[in-house]
Design a protein around this ligand. Structure first.
Ligand SMILES: Nc1ncnc2c1ncn2[C@@H]1O[C@H](COP(=O)(O)OP(=O)(O)OP(=O)(O)O)[C@@H](O)[C@H]1O
Length: 309
């Protein structure tokens, strides 16, 4: 069973504050769709509307073509983790999952399966109140997987996790998408999605700024630049500029060259007898691509912590 998460013209106002301003996008089956924007951009509000927890003023959110609230067995259509702390602290992890399964008509044997999938085997009989953040995230993810849903949604799942936890979640998201599921994952840090997302929906002030494949975005941001290392930077820059290249000094012995292909750079340097120790076509990071994409949006420029006011 395939399911798409679809948001159509969503709008939500809290008093004077327009939190979501006519948002439309799709998270398609088989892809991890990163949902990115600075703090306050409207990600959580959008996710709450997808789950029917907040009512939109306008527009609709659909899971497999239907509003979440109209689904008879919602956990079997969309699994979600919005707030990993939403567990009774005295309740054992296994009992929390059993209770959820029971309430949703899911067979009890599935509880053991998701405990294994989420790597909770050794702590499943302990009260969730004593769990570390990483363990709570894993419990939230186990709950999202209970109904074996074709669509999944996670709000900032790697926030505050150590590198091992981040790598684990990234691998899990990838494998869920590889099984054909639609996976929507939010983050306010672009770097957290590096290597994890196939598609990106970037939002700011409740609006879509970009809706693009990660590969296309990185290719566009890499933009034919080459990085050169040379002990004789000044002569290299002069020789390349004479050939019409745009050159800029980078850190230590590095020069960034654009406007000339790498083969031509090598020819020019060789002819001018300028030594070089390395040459590589530049590959933009997701963070660089994000900065380029959002260069004109002041709210992003303060960096990752900028409040979208
Ligand atoms: N229940 C609410 N009442 C009033 N304002 C709200 C409410 N929920 C959200 N907002 C406001 O709506 C805007 C969007 O908030 P939201 O939490 O959706 O952003 P976000 O992108 O998820 O941010 P973060 O990365 O910090 O989680 C913010 O200005 C927030 O203060």
């Amino acid at each position: 069973m395939e399911a798409t998460i679809e948001v159509r013209g969503l709008r939500k106002r809290f008093g004077p504050r327009l939190a979501v301003d006519g948002l439309s996008f799709t998270a398609a089956p088989g892809l991890v769709t990163g949902f990115v924007g600075p703090n306050g951009a409207g990600k959580s509000t959008t996710m709450r509307m997808i789950l029917g927890l907040d009512r939109p003023d306008e527009g609709a959110a659909l899971v497999g073509g239907r509003p979440y609230r109209s689904l008879r067995t919602p956990l079997c259509h969309l699994g979600a983790m919005l707030d990993a702390s939403a567990v009774h602290p005295a309740r054992r992890a296994r009992d929390h999952l059993r209770w959820l399964a029971h309430a949703n008509g899911i067979p009890a044997r599935r509880v053991g399966e998701v405990i294994e999938l989420a790597g909770l085997g050794s702590v499943a009989n302990r009260p969730a109140g004593g769990f570390s953040l990483g363990m709570r995230q894993r419990l939230g993810i186990a709950a999202a997987l209970l109904g074996d849903p074709p669509a999944l949604m996670f709000d900032e799942p790697v926030n505050g996790l150590d590198p091992e936890g981040v790598a684990w979640i990234r691998g899990l998201l990838r494998s869920l998408a590889a099984q054909g599921r639609a996976v929507l994952v939010s983050s306010h840090l672009m770097s957290e999605l590096e290597g994890g997302a196939d598609h990106l929906v970037v939002i700011g002030r409740g609006r879509v700024i970009a809706d693009t494949g990660v590969a296309e975005l990185l290719a566009a941001a890499s933009g034919g630049r080459t990085e050169l290392r040379t002990p004789d930077r000044q002569r290299a820059m002069t020789a390349l500029a004479r050939e019409g290249a745009e050159v800029a000094a980078a850190e230590r012995d590095a020069v960034t060259v654009s406007g000339l292909p790498a083969e031509r750079i090598i020819e020019v340097l060789t002819a001018a007898r300028v030594p070089f120790t390395g040459i590589a076509e530049h590959r933009a990071t997701l963070e660089e691509a994000y900065m380029e994409l959002t260069r004109d949006a002041v709210e992003f420029r303060a960096g990752t912590g900028g409040e979208a006011l």
